[in-house]
Design a protein around this ligand. Structure first.
Ligand code: TMP
Length: 205
């Protein structure tokens, strides 16, 4: 039987990576032997290219293709093989990040960037079975990012408002796949909530 794909999404500073790290150490989840992974990937040709691109003034369309190339590599080398061998895969960011972030960065370049980026993935991506959306107000997330000393070009308030809106729209349109988590809570509380929902989902599927 094919394994299950769970993704964690949210704007920068939503705390999803902290929760991903906590989940990796969670004894209950360890018994499920999941594969923890992320996008952009780390230490790969495509992941390194993405990292360099987002740290510099790269053309937004070029950036989209780099993120998408990284997704193709991630799917081919990590996600697809793991799912085919029946494993549980948990990815910190995945395709929805592309739809939401590049849906915003390409707003002035394309007529309907969101649909265009979705179309680009059609026929070869794997749609997640379950997606946690870590929802937080951008004002709060930016303060958190500031505390970490990170200055990503994707962290501007108006921009993150737009990204959040797209994520929330996805969740409203597909309540079967999305679970919205109030990311204002503490990491302990969120870890427990996510853990419960994962176990509940796996018992049903
Ligand atoms: P990270 O902070 O989760 O490592 O992600 C790096 C940045 O890249 C973050 O600001 C979100 C952004 N991003 C995109 O714009 N498009 C994508 O497809 C992905 C995966 C991330």
């Amino acid at each position: 039987m094919r394994g299950k794909l769970i993704t964690l999404e949210g704007i920068d500073g939503s705390g999803k990576s902290t929760v991903a790290e906590r989940l990796q150490k969670n004894p209950e989840i360890q018994t499920l032997k999941p594969i923890f992974t992320r996008e952009p990937t780390r230490g790969t040709l495509t992941g390194n290219a993405v990292e360099k691109a987002i740290q510099s003034d790269t053309d937004q369309l070029a950036e989209l293709f780099l993120f998408t190339a990284d997704h193709a590599e991630h799917l081919a080398k990590v996600v697809r093989p793991a799912l085919e061998s029946g494993k549980l895969v948990i990815s910190d960011r995945y395709s929805d990040s592309r739809y939401a972030y590049q849906g915003m960065t390409l707003k002035t370049r394309l007529e309907n960037p969101l649909e265009w980026v979705k179309d680009l993935h059609r026929g070869w991506t794997i749609v997640p079975d379950l997606t946690f959306l870590f929802d937080i107000r951008p004002e709060v997330s930016i303060e958190r990012c500031g505390k970490r000393g990170e200055q990503s070009k994707f962290e501007k308030l108006e921009f993150l408002r737009g990204v959040r809106e797209i994520f929330l729209r996805f969740a409203a349109e597909d309540p079967e796949r999305f679970i919205v988590i109030d990311a204002f809570h503490s990491p302990e509380y969120i870890e427990k909530e996510v853990m419960e929902k994962i176990l509940e989902f796996l018992s049903r599927n």
